[in-house]
Design a protein around this ligand. Structure first.
Ligand code: F6P
Length: 538
């Protein structure tokens, strides 16, 4: 394997960027090539990807693909899928793909994976069917990878949920997260799921202790019946008083764990068959990633454009705009997936990198984002590529007149989505703005000045991912698409995308500061921290 900047193709890309590509204009490219949309839109399982509104031409794309070849992306992918210890700083394989391989597949740990999956799904069906008494509320306690995936998926697949069963997700160590949830619960009808790969995470243990104290104070006696755990540290879970614990393996990374027993709340919410459909969708994307030539491999193409923007155009962030309210937590989920994976400053050998890695990933569901930060996307001084996600067929669950109105709302939603990518690309020249009738209130302004305020630069890139419908299968495929894209980016950058040492220092300092919040001892602290501590304790 080869780091991107050690490949001679890197220099070729630099030269191409300097000589031509930096002045590439998407509008001119469409005008010059009637087949651009066909040439730059791709099919992956459940996901149609329109890449044509990006700043890429056939030369940049060919060079980027050559870079991927030269960096050994295929060999690196194969090593990942075969279970080689690609997470070398923790000495671990990374096998989330094995979690969604069908029973009997020649995939690592297949028998263990299916035994665990069957047991977890049987439990989930039991809860839905009343095996733990009438359960109306499930409170899932976890953070990071033990929260974001399940919380995002349960919200996205609300239409597949069991009526009358409420799912709550508590993650923050801030008691304002769990306190209001507890207020609405009846301990007799509540099941707590404590999710922590390590079962040592401060936030999760604190929330679990509070939940247990609340349960006992409310008159509950049978902790073992109302608390279950999903963890690879089942001993610690038992010490907490939990005797139903679903274990998993160290080769499942936290931010890749929703496919494992960490997905228990998903399975309780949508049932075993739907959970299997989620896995099947992800597996279909795994097969696409594993077998499709690089030039049509959608996660690879997306990653190449990401690297093109990050390292040549110098764009530092990417905005994700899912035009489906159910996907409103997707940007938060992607923040961990992408930024915890690829927010690294050294390569696999520990050498400092001379180029940027993970962009900032951020966003909000459309159309809400349009009324908040899209102004900056259209007219701000930074170019921020936008990723639109649109869903063709809605699932509102209403018929009659209300259903018809909701369908009309869906058309409006889609029109907004298309309009935004169009506006970003097209822009509006000062001459066009000048030709428009000015609002009466600005009539006293110089028309040229006003036209400059009302014009848009355009040529702002975007990608549109299109799903037929938001279903367990399509969502599984979409998430797997992102996972593989993040892997390819990391592989090109030559980094380990599967560790997260950057979160450790803050945890250690927090543990050292905690007793000082009682004692007030500021010995040895920097002046700012000491000053803040004094004010907090005054
Ligand atoms: O934020 C660091 C991290 O280790 C994540 O990678 C992980 O998803 C999260 O904490 C939660 O960890 P655990 O599942 O062990 O509680």
């Amino acid at each position: 394997m080869k780091r991107c900047d050690h490949s001679p193709v890197w220099a070729e890309l630099k030269a191409h960027f300097a000589s031509q590509a930096q002045s590439f204009d998407i509008r001119q490219a469409f005008a010059a090539d009637a087949g651009r949309f066909q040439a730059l839109s791709f099919e992956a399982p459940e996901v149609f990807a329109d890449l044509s509104k990006n700043r890429i031409d056939s030369t940049s794309l060919a060079l980027l693909l050559k870079l991927a070849q030269d960096c050994g992306i295929e060999a690196q992918r194969d090593a990942l899928l075969a279970g080689e210890p690609v997470n070398h700083t923790e000495g671990r394989a990374v096998l989330h793909t094995a979690l969604r391989a069908p029973k009997g597949a020649t995939s690592p740990f297949n028998a263990d994976v299916h035994a665990s999956l069957d047991a977890m799904l049987a439990f989930a069906e039991g809860v839905r069917g009343g095996a733990r008494g009438e359960i109306t509320d499930v409170v899932h306690i976890g953070i990071g990878g033990s929260d974001l995936g399940p919380a995002m998926v349960v919200q996205a697949l609300q239409a597949f949920g069991k009526p009358g069963l409420r799912l709550h997700f508590v993650s923050n160590v801030d008691g304002h997260d769990i306190a209001p949830v507890l207020k609405g619960l009846d301990h007799r009808h509540t099941l707590f799921v404590v999710a922590s790969k390590t079962f040592t995470t401060q936030e999760t243990l604190a929330n679990a202790q509070t939940a247990k104290a609340w349960f006992l104070a409310a008159g509950g006696t049978d902790v073992a019946r109302h608390f279950v755990a999903t963890s690879s540290n089942t001993t610690a879970a038992a010490a907490f008083g939990i005797d139903t614990a679903f274990g998993f393996w160290d080769w499942v990374g936290g931010r890749y764990s929703l496919w494992s027993v960490i997905g228990l709340p998903i399975a309780i919410a949508i049932g075993a068959d739907n959970f299997r459909a989620l896995l099947a969708g992800a597996h279909a994307m795994d097969e696409h990633f594993a077998a499709t030539p690089l030039a049509r491999n959608v996660p690879v193409l997306l990653a190449l454009i990401d690297v093109w923007y990050r390292n040549f155009h110098g764009f530092t962030s990417r905005s994700v705009a899912p035009y489906h309210q159910g996907l409103r937590r997707l940007p938060a989920y992607l923040q961990q997936l992408e930024m915890e994976s690829n927010g690294k400053g050294v390569d696999r050998e520990g050498q400092a990198l001379g180029y940027g890695t993970s962009p900032v990933v951020w966003g909000e569901a459309g159309t809400n984002g349009q009324h908040a930060y899209f102004q900056m996307l259209h007219q701000g001084t930074d170019v921020i590529p936008v990723e639109f996600i649109a869903v063709k067929r809605p699932n509102h669950g209403h018929g009659g007149e209300v259903g018809a109105l909701l369908l009309d709302q869906h058309r409006k939603l889609l029109a907004n989505c298309l309009a935004q990518s169009q506006a970003l690309m097209q822009g509006k020249s000062a001459a066009e703005a000048r030709a428009e009738k000015a609002p009466t209130a600005s009539a006293s302004l110089d028309p040229d000045v006003l036209a400059r305020h009302r014009s848009f630069p355009g040529n702002r890139p975007s990608t549109t991912l299109l799903l037929e419908a938001l279903t367990p299968r399509s969502l599984g495929a979409l998430i797997a698409l992102y996972e593989h894209r993040v892997f390819v980016m990391g592989a090109l950058w030559g980094i380990n995308s599967f560790d997260q040492w950057g979160v450790e220092l803050g945890k250690a300092l927090c543990n050292r500061l905690l007793p000082r919040l009682e004692s007030g001892d500021a010995t040895g602290l920097d002046a700012s921290t000491a000053g803040l501590l004094a004010r907090l304790l005054a």
